[in-house]
Design a protein around this ligand. Structure first.
Ligand code: ATP
Ligand code: MG
Length: 205
């Protein structure tokens, strides 16, 4: 994108990593708010392969999660979806995600978007130093979670308050498996996709 005096400003790319099982309006509002506040050109949603922190839990096949994310983001010209984690397969480590995106988008400035609960695990993430070299981290508020940035480098992690949506994928899956409506918690197309493929039916995990 053009910068002042004809200089070329580097592309500001948000990265929204998640299991997205399923993607919901909390994810979309967080991405949209960070995009506006940080003047991002694009936010790329990256559904995980097998999430590192959910190894002992049943996760919906990646292809379904990927397609629901495509459906949910399709109408926003600044939202895209990347298959890097799905195609790499195996456990997803954020450092690999950022390395791949860095390679695919040379020169882009990366902003990794993460909720209050996920940032807490950051110190346990693989290759923390490289993570902070590869991206700026934006930690967004999330109902039910205290945002604690202690011990994280202030110049690489910024906190942002976003409109509070008390929605989680776990809650959506539980509602669906109990026959309760998930309309308006997830985009309409995602409700229809869930019904079409019979996802989250029967007793939950
Ligand atoms: P699950 O209940 O299965 O863990 P989830 O709702 O936490 O699902 P994830 O795919 O785990 O969704 O989250 C992806 C990212 O989005 C994480 O950084 C998470 O903190 C953030 N996030 C999820 N829901 C919200 C929300 N309602 N508000 C703000 N951030 C959110
Ligand atoms: Mg989660």
């Amino acid at each position: 994108p053009p910068g002042p005096l004809g200089t070329q400003r580097s592309l500001r790319l948000g990265v929204m990593g998640g299991t997205f099982d399923p993607v919901h309006h909390g994810h979309l509002v967080a991405a949209s708010e960070v995009a506006a506040r940080f003047d991002l050109d694009e936010v790329v949603f990256v559904p995980t392969g097998q999430p590192t922190f959910k190894q002992h839990q049943q996760v919906t096949p990646a292809e379904h999660r990927y397609l629901m994310t495509v459906i949910a983001t399709a109408s926003n010209p600044r939202f895209t979806v990347s298959r890097v984690d799905v195609d790499r397969g195996g456990l997803t480590y954020t450092v690999d995600t950022l390395r791949d995106l860095h390679r695919e988008r040379p020169g882009a400035e990366l902003f990794f978007i993460t909720g209050a609960d996920a940032i807490e695990q950051i110190l346990r993430w693989k290759d923390v130093d490289e993570l902070f070299r590869l991206a700026h981290f934006v930690a967004v508020t999330r109902p039910g979670h205290v945002l604690d940035l202690e011990g994280l480098p202030r110049d690489r992690v910024t906190m942002l308050e976003v409109p509070a949506l008390s929605i989680s994928s776990t809650g959506v899956r539980e509602r669906a498996s109990n026959g309760l409506p998930v309309w308006y918690l997830v985009p309409d197309g995602v409700v229809q996709y869930i019904n079409k493929h019979g996802l989250y039916e029967g007793p939950g995990e």
